[in-house]
Ligand binder design. Structure first.
Ligand SMILES: Cc1cn([C@@H]2O[C@H](COP(=O)(O)OP(=O)(O)OP(=O)(O)O)[C@@H](O)[C@H]2O)c(=O)[nH]c1=O
Length: 611
């Protein structure tokens, strides 16, 4: 059989399975692989929301599990195994990830979500090749994922509880085991069954083949592209293009993809394809097509927010499409399309009871939620959208125009209506709420008695600083039209006594006195000349020993910015932590330290040297 020699390639190697899952052990030993089992101690606690897709989360977790075991074994014996295999299985309902239930209630919640519906099971796999050199561990990781679609029948409460009480759900992702009693819950499976059980053996063998039998150049020219993913084009939302693709068919990523994301078609598709040969076609441009459709997805999100769809579903959901349309006074047919696209985007859940918010929608898209990003959606729709429609003009007409178009948020809000200023403030407020705590705690700032947040807008960071440092007096310095409206964003509380709002322009007016100046997400909006002007003004106002704290979007190479495009399209240059460090040094700050704040920001703190 073709696959045996592939497994045989590992025969003389020391192979470790970094997994406690008895199912994985069984699948691999049934395939004839000889290995040791060293369960990983990696805690499955990666921040799910920071992954663009559920499978990216599974792949990263699998990798971390394997690397933890490789590192630990290397440390213990000063010799790592040759190969460590890690895997992670998750169940995904839209964007929501279900892992192993923590108790019976949790299992019930999970199984109820799956009841009567289709879901995806993803297993991420990492194959880590290790090499110990001069006491150092070198690793080379290849990773992939497999997706299988599973549909549950409509199940009664009684049956669900009977299943839960059998004890089977507890150590299984999504709360069920398809290989045992759980098999009775399943109406159909599309894809690799073993992938659901915990290990995609077929894809694993293909990956080994790819690693151990590099294709000959003549084979590569004949690669067949056999897994073209569907791309949701949202066409059926447009009147002129009605009858387009099925919104439920969102881009899923090929089951046979060799890479986690991006262009999976770079590598030979499959051993089969490489060996059997096929006609020559260019790689399928999945990423590019998704990019072309990206604006439609944004517009769907903005429209749903504007219609207050998530608010209605929060209070009254789940609801059928006609009821949603009635409550929103919208056209029933179009509303249903919008709801379906929202479900395909992972914003809504569709069950036999109707449409309901997913966790991410409840958390971030409901207007009055503590972590609501409604303000940002509203501003992007009402303002940034229009700004970007002028991008071509801005690029053609040069730097100033580019600034006018791309970085226009600051400038336009000066001249425009109170409503626009309010929109801008709501957008900034909602985003700052996500980051303020991280910025305030990136360094110990307790040595400062006063701080001034320049461009501090609604005072959300000031509030966090005051809360974190009980001695600190904080000034929020922003344009008069902003400070005038900031009252509407205050929630009261003891620390507000130590916060004051001072109107002024950071480029023109004298800066309020403070031991620590703060610039949070300000520099990125300005081109170099303005930025140097601002930093030199701060430098002159800052007393020796005083500080400057800068928080900006983390540069891509530092790992976490998931939206490099957003960063690049602001007026200023994208800057790395090192560039920020040099900027501060150039303006008279010493002992410059850099820290990461959450997933989005890099924070830099410098101390003013004596002139
Ligand atoms: C959907 C489904 C899952 N599972 C098991 O669910 C666990 C997932 O958890 P994990 O975190 O990927 O693995 P683990 O069991 O914690 O082991 P480890 O690799 O040490 O983290 C694995 O066991 C899988 O078999 C089944 O046995 N049958 C099914 O139908």
């Amino acid at each position: 059989m073709v696959l045996c020699p592939v497994i045989g390639k590992l025969q003389h190697k020391r192979v470790v399975l970094a997994s406690a899952s008895p199912r994985r052990q069984e699948i691999l030993s049934n395939a004839g692989l000889r290995f040791e089992v060293v369960p990983s101690r990696f805690k499955e606690k990666l921040h799910k929301a920071s992954f663009a897709t559920p499978y990216a989360y599974a792949v990263e977790t699998a990798k971390q599990k394997a690397l933890e075991v490789a590192g630990r074994m290397h440390q213990k014996d000063l010799r790592a195994p040759d190969v460590v295999i890690g895997a992670d299985t998750i169940v995904a309902v839209g964007a929501m990830i279900l892992e192993k239930p923590v108790d019976k209630q949790d299992a019930y919640r999970m199984l109820s979500r799956l009841n009567g519906k289709e879901h995806s099971v993803f297993t991420g796999v990492a194959i880590v090749h290790c090499c110990s050199k001069d006491g150092r561990l070198d690793t080379e990781v290849s990773e992939f994922y497999e997706e299988t679609t599973v549909k549950f029948s409509e199940l009664s409460e009684e049956l669900l509880w009977e299943y839960i009480n059998s004890g089977e759900p507890m150590d299984k992702a999504g709360g069920y085991g398809i290989q045992a009693l759980g098999g009775m819950l399943v109406e159909y499976v599309h894809g690799d069954f073993l992938n659901v059980v915990g290990f995609p053996l077929n894809h694993f063998c293909k990956e080994l083949a790819r690693l151990y039998y590099p294709p000959r150049p003549e084979d590569l020219r004949r690669v067949r592209h056999d897994s073209i993913p569907a791309v949701d084009t949202f066409e059926n939302l447009s009147d002129s293009e009605a009858g387009g693709s099925d919104p439920g068919q969102s881009a899923k990523g090929g089951r046979g993809g060799e890479q986690v994301d991006g262009d999976r078609s770079q590598a030979p598709r499959t051993l089969d394809a490489a060996l059997n040969g096929a006609e020559s076609r260019p790689p399928f441009p999945t990423g590019l097509l998704e990019l072309m459709d990206g604006f439609k997805a944004s517009k769907v999100l903005f429209t749903a927010c504007k219609l207050k769809l998530f608010d209605v579903l929060k209070d009254q959901g789940p609801l059928q499409a006609v009821d949603v349309a009635r409550k929103l006074s919208t056209c029933a047919g179009r509303t249903e399309q919008l709801l379906d696209v929202c479900a395909a985007l992972g914003l809504l859940e569709k069950t036999h009871r109707g449409y309901g918010n997913t966790e991410v929608a409840t958390l971030h898209l409901v207007s009055d939620g503590e972590h609501s990003l409604q303000g940002l959606a509203e501003y992007n729709d009402a303002h940034v959208w229009g700004v970007f429609t002028r991008l071509g003009l801005a690029v053609r007409e040069g730097a100033d125009q580019t600034r006018g178009a791309l970085g226009a948020m600051e400038e336009e809000r000066l001249s425009q209506s109170k409503e626009l200023t309010l929109q801008f403030m709501r957008a900034k407020h909602s985003l700052s709420k996500l980051t303020a705590h991280h910025v305030a705690t990136a360094f110990d700032l307790s040595r400062f008695a006063s701080a001034c947040d320049l461009g501090g807008c609604t005072g959300i960071l000031a509030r966090e600083l005051a809360q974190e440092y009980p001695r600190l007096q904080v000034t929020v310095f922003d344009l008069p039209e902003v400070t005038e409206l900031s009252g509407g964003f205050q929630r009261g509380g003891r620390q507000t006594e130590r916060i004051r709002f001072v109107p002024g322009d950071i480029f023109k007016d004298s800066l309020p006195e403070a031991d620590l100046y703060v610039l949070s997400r300000i520099l990125q909006d300005w081109p170099d000349d303005k930025l140097h002007k601002l930093l030199s003004r701060i430098s002159s106002s800052c007393k020796p020993g005083g500080g400057l704290l800068v928080a900006e979007a983390a540069a891509e190479e530092e790992g976490a910015s998931r939206s490099p495009r957003l960063r690049t399209l602001s007026a200023g240059q994208p800057r790395s932590a090192d560039e920020h460090r040099r900027l501060l040094q150039r303006h008279g700050f010493r002992d410059v330290r850099v820290a990461r704040a959450g997933d989005l920001l890099c924070v830099v703190l410098g101390t003013r040297a004596a002139p």
